[in-house]
Design a protein around this ligand. Structure first.
Ligand code: PTJ
Length: 265
């Protein structure tokens, strides 16, 4: 792994990139995952690389569902595993949610490899890699395969860095879907029931912290009062305001002092 000095101004971003490259070398991440990451980085730049209030609100609603749903499942793909395995462990511990390895570019070999990696890191409530399988309705190709006792029977699914078709199919199947996606224009962001416009590691760290202190009453209230349209509008407004400032000043606004946990970086 390339050594990056902590003093580098782009330390955090470069470390995240290294995690993904390591994941690629280990066969967890597909080449397309590296491209997806670059897109995410670009949007994070526009957002100022912090968790904005609208993201924290969506994260709070997600935690509320993870704590109170009948069968909540955290869906983990190659990118999410490579970036945030330890943070996923924390969130699964704090909420008791099940964790399923579920892939867009699916091969049994890669499912096993990611499953073993999560297991080594100590992620709890992992559905077995050789679970009984079924298909997400409307997605009959291998990218629709899922565990019968996992996503297929879940009422709530948390996804990250996900493809739009799969998100749409889960929403169509009647599930409440929360999606971590830095691009609010994406089909995933637009179709999810709860859209977390935040970087996946930051979002997962935030959610673990929230889950450790949220009461059931607070969770039910957070579910009731959540409005995803307002959250999406606020995410576009944040990008617009930063670009508007930059278009006048010729440089981005000073860091907003938003919440930026480092997680295990
Ligand atoms: O591991 P697999 O086989 O399931 O495949 C994973 C990828 C990522 C290749 C697959 O899901 C895919 O092709 O995704 P897309 O359609 O490229 O969408 C990924 C979305 O996640 C894009 O909107 C990116 O902006 C966003 N994104 C990328 N990195 C991050 C992110 N959002 C949050 N945090 C990130 N670190």
């Amino acid at each position: 792994m390339t050594r990056i000095p902590r003093s580098h101004p782009r330390y955090r971003s470069l470390m995240i990139r290294e995690r993904l490259v390591e994941g690629f070398k280990r066969g967890l991440v597909v080449p397309e995952g590296l491209i997806a990451h670059g897109r995410g980085e670009a949007f994070d730049y526009l957002l100022g690389e912090v968790s904005h209030p609208f993201a924290l609100e969506a994260e709070r609603a997600t935690v509320a569902w993870l704590l109170t749903a009948r069968r909540p499942v955290i869906s983990v793909n190659g990118n999410y595993a490579a970036l945030a395995a330890r943070e996923i462990r924390g969130l699964a511990e704090a909420t008791g949610a099940m964790v399923e390895v579920n892939l867009f570019y699916r091969t049994e070999e890669r499912v096993k490899r990611i499953w073993r990696y999560l297991d080594e890191v100590g992620v709890p409530n992992l559905l077995p890699w050789d679970c009984e399988k079924t298909h997400i309705p409307g997605l009959e190709s291998p990218r629709g395969i899922t565990c019968r006792d996992g996503i297929a029977s879940a009422d709530f699914v948390l996804l990250a860095i996900e493809d739009g078709d799969r998100t749409e199919a889960l929403v169509r199947a009647g599930k409440v879907v929360s999606a971590i996606d830095l691009n609010p224009f994406s089909r995933t962001a637009q179709t999810a029931s709860i859209t977390i416009v935040d970087e996946a590691i930051r979002a997962t760290v935030n959610m673990e912290r929230m889950a450790r202190s949220m009461t059931r009453e607070e969770a039910l209230e957070a579910r009731r009062s959540y409005d995803n349209l307002e959250v999406l509008k606020a995410s576009f407004a944040a990008i617009f305001e930063r670009l508007s400032h930059a278009s006048k000043a010729g440089r981005p606004p000073a860091p907003s002092g938003g919440h930026e946990p480092l997680g295990s970086l």
